[in-house]
Design a protein around this ligand. Structure first.
Ligand SMILES: [Zn+2]
Ligand SMILES: [Zn+2]
Length: 168
């Protein structure tokens, strides 16, 4: 599920990140994270929701669905509560913005892309003026070869904050 390094079910070895990409022709926007076992070369694929494109308050960090307005804030699409998503992404609400971005950056390196995106979305949901979080997210969307409509939605929101030149 790409919030933890995948373990080979054959030899119990930690698998190595082997690329990722958007699953084409799906409206619910899933991406696949590929893993490969360094020992037996077995491959595995984790399917992950892309989460909110523009992480407005009131959207689910897991799938981008709309949260109920009661205290549980439960997602109408995936059923996770706000508290469950924070726990799932191991988010510490006492993190500074810098600390949260650093944790996200470290998540992407070994292939924990879902974790990294979840943390960046959490940062942007709290404060959409954090340019660095938009820029990293954009780089991830580029790697995923995100579809045009999602990129347009993203660029419209991020473009108000991020200097065009910082993106490429
Ligand atoms: Zn193996
Ligand atoms: Zn959801």
């Amino acid at each position: 599920m790409s919030v933890d390094v995948r373990v080979c079910d054959g030899c119990n070895e930690a698998m190595v990140f082997d690329g990722m990409g958007l699953v084409p022709k799906r409206n619910d926007r899933l991406f696949g994270v590929a893993w490969k076992c360094p020992k037996c070369s077995k491959k595995a694929l984790d399917m992950c929701p892309i989460g909110p494109i523009v992480p407005a308050p009131g959207l689910c960090l897991n799938c981008g669905g709309i949260l109920t307005v009661d205290s549980a804030a439960t997602c109408l699409a995936c059923g996770m509560s706000r508290a469950q998503t924070l726990e799932f992404f191991r988010i510490d609400q006492n993190w500074s913005t810098e600390a949260a971005i650093e944790v996200a950056r470290q998540a992407f390196a070994p292939g924990l892309c879902r974790l990294g995106l979840g943390i960046l979305n959490y940062v942007l949901q709290k404060d959409p003026s954090i340019e660095e979080a938009w820029v990293i997210k954009y780089q991830v969307y580029q790697m995923l070869k995100m579809d045009t409509s999602a990129l347009q939605e993203f660029e419209t929101a991020a473009g108000r904050i991020v200097e065009r030149g910082n993106w490429a």
